[in-house]
Design a protein around this ligand. Sequence first.
Ligand code: FAD
Length: 286
Amino acid sequence: MDTQKHYPPVFSFEFFPPKSDEAAAKLRETTSQLAVLKPRFCSVTFGAGGSTRERTFETVVEIQETTGIEGAPHISCIASTKANIREVLQAYQSRGIRHIVALRGDMPSGMLSAGEFRYANELVEFIRAETGDHFHIEVAAYPETHPQAPNYAADLRNFKRKVEAGANAAITQYFYNAEAYFRFVDDCEKLGLALPIVPGIMPITNYSQLARFSEACGADIPRWMRKRLEQYGDDRKAIRAFGLEVVSDLCRRLLEGGAPGLHFYTLNQAEATLGIWRNLGLGMPA
Ligand code: FAD
């Protein structure tokens, strides 16, 4: 774990592009509340098959220009052509964006052509070939194994391909099992992969939504947590309080165990992330 240590730890926040004027106003409020924590960067997700291409672009550029925090768009390559991706990269370069989260993405239902990229390592390779060192490239990592991978070892080998293609850092899928993260990082180190692997943190505020997300992305909610969350039923306040305690403990363990930072999946809400931040005693950056 030692090569992972990073002082001070780096924090980043993830948002999704808003769908309405009202949601955009709410996001502006959220980003201004979180920008004071001086994250290393703020990332903005990309809808499957390019469905949010313009909104991702506008949102990330607005965040970077209004808060002064580095904006990092997610780009997914599935169902894209090289010409599409080239155009997107050029647009970001022209607006001073230097940080990218490079993903394969998932095939949108109803879309038939997989495009010119099969996996994220091909996207990373393409970004490097087209733009050299312009972008700091983050890729996704799966301590609990990507749901489509045949097994853990194959998934780890595939993760290595993305690193060898030129990724600078990785963000993990969320998890509630710190042990899975530490083992994954150790296994990466055994393969000679020295890049920072930052845990993705999903605050818990809504159990049915969390159960749905977890089912889709293969994140495990440990049985003891499930039982407690089920017991609270519709009591949102109790769910939030329990979530805050559990996720703060997880973050504390991860940082104490040498994680180089934390990446928060904010779901465009500031409160849960701020609560964890306060519990960790991180204070206000100077
Ligand atoms: P890959 O690294 O390509 O892996 C996908 C699968 O293929 C894995 O099972 C892997 O083992 C296998 N594989 C990889 N390379 C090879 C190879 N060369 N040969 C054979 N098998 C291979 N989705 C979105 O749509 N938009 C987003 O904005 C978004 N943001 C995300 C941010 C983070 C931090 C994370 C962790 C996930 C995000 N996702 C997003 C979800 C992601 O797109 C899905 O998990 C997707 O299924 C895999 O993307 P990937 O980049 O990890 O793919």
